[in-house]
Design a binder for this molecule. Structure first.
Ligand code: NAD
Length: 345
């Protein structure tokens, strides 16, 4: 698979990842290399990564606890302190090996430590391969509010080695698939159609689909790196999805929803709203709902949950001037951004 360039950041795939990384390390002469992992990527991904790394620089492993609950400024403080204690300087490199929590948080730590050090993303979940590690969005949550603090700044390299997926739990695979389905819905009917039999998708099919998803994301973030227009379409399903994710995260009586699971609910709801407001065909909304419900199952949201979820919508980052902006669809592949939606709908 050919490497992809997105906003001057090179994205390499499978075997070519390590050649590119080793060349980069050789040419840049970093003073020290820090590798950020969580306990799962430490166990399952770091050994393969280290096997392929060729460097004489000192390597330090920094581990944080896994989970969205730890994607916060306190964890950043811990990592900043560790970097400082281990004498990281402006010529140090941070390599983030993990899912979206590690690449978002590690990217933010790197962009802010000593006003910015170089970093590399090695995404190890499906979601972080096709979405979180590409496009330069970094950041952390503020309390239960998702991604409120952060900066947009690209890594030196993104290294997508799908071997890491061999140890990824099935529910995490399904969560990542949600963002790939989103890529189809917002930009490409042909790509969407490749997912019509989700239960039959195998790991072998995935490499090509991941590559296509990264190409879709590249296309969007290159046209609109700072989310003034087209990039907002990547938030399809995320307005209600994030509010539902935050609500479930903050409510001890609810099961924790994975990011992709919440986004699936948000995409069903955004399709329904599209049918109400843009003329998006009702049958297509029903087909989307059937596909998602068959594969992801149902999550119960009760009447008493609705008002707190609507309240959370006001923290959505796409909002401006007090209005809640939705991404809707006119047809599959044709998103409509900045749609104002009445609370009643
Ligand atoms: P995650 O980072 O929490 O990873 C999921 C779990 O899988 C964790 O327990 C992790 O330890 C484990 N894991 C990771 N790789 C593994 C492997 N190869 N084998 C076994 N276990 C492994 O979750 P995620 O779904 O990758 O990312 C979600 C985050 O991404 C959210 O915080 C979301 O806001 C963010 N995100 C960011 C962007 C962006 O553009 N920056 C886009 C989409 C999502």
């Amino acid at each position: 698979m050919n490497s992809i360039e997105a906003n001057k950041c090179m994205i390499h795939f499978n075997a070519s990842c390590y050649t590119a990384l080793n060349q980069h390390l050789n040419s840049r002469n970093f003073s020290k290399i820090f590798i950020l992992v969580d306990e799962n990527t430490h166990e399952h991904c770091l050994p393969l990564f280290l096997e392929n790394l060729e460097t004489t620089s000192t390597i330090e492993i920094v581990e944080i606890e896994s989970g969205e609950i730890n994607k916060n400024i306190e964890t950043c403080s811990g990592v900043w302190n560790t970097l400082s204690e281990l004498d990281a300087d402006r010529k140090s490199l941070l390599i983030n090996i993990g899912g979206g929590v590690i690449t978002d948080l590690g990217g933010f730590v790197a962009c802010t430590f000593k006003r910015g050090i170089a970093y590399v993303n090695v995404p190890t979940t499906l979601l972080s391969m096709v979405d979180a590690s590409v496009g330069g969005k970094t950041g952390v949550d503020l309390g239960h509010l998702k991604n409120q603090i952060g900066v947009i700044s690209n890594p030196d390299l993104v290294l997508i080695d799908t071997q890491y997926l061999n140890t990824l739990p099935q529910n995490q695979m399904r969560s990542g698939l949600a963002e790939m389905l989103k890529h189809g819905l917002i930009s490409d009917l042909n790509y969407w159609n490749k997912f019509q039999d989700l239960a039959k998708l195998s790991l072998n099919d995935l490499d090509a689909l991941i590559y296509e998803s990264v190409l879709i994301k590249k296309h969007v973030v290159e046209i609109d790196p700072f989310e003034n227009g087209l990039r907002k379409s990547l938030n399809f399903g995320h307005t209600l999805g994030h509010a539902i994710e935050s609500y479930f995260l903050s409510n001890p009586n609810k099961t924790t929803l994975l990011h992709g699971e919440a986004i699936v609910i948000g995409m069903i709801l955004a399709s329904y709203i599209s049918t109400e407001l843009t003329g998006f065909p009702k049958q297509t909304t029903l087909d989307i709902k059937r596909l998602f419900v068959d594969y992801y199952g149902k999550v119960t949201i009760n009447q008493e949950d609705l008002q707190p979820i609507i309240e959370l919508l006001k923290f959505d980052k796409k909002n401006t001037h007090g209005n809640i902006n939705f991404v809707l669809l006119e047809s599959i592949g044709n998103p409509k951004i900045d749609c104002l939606v009445d609370d009643a709908i």
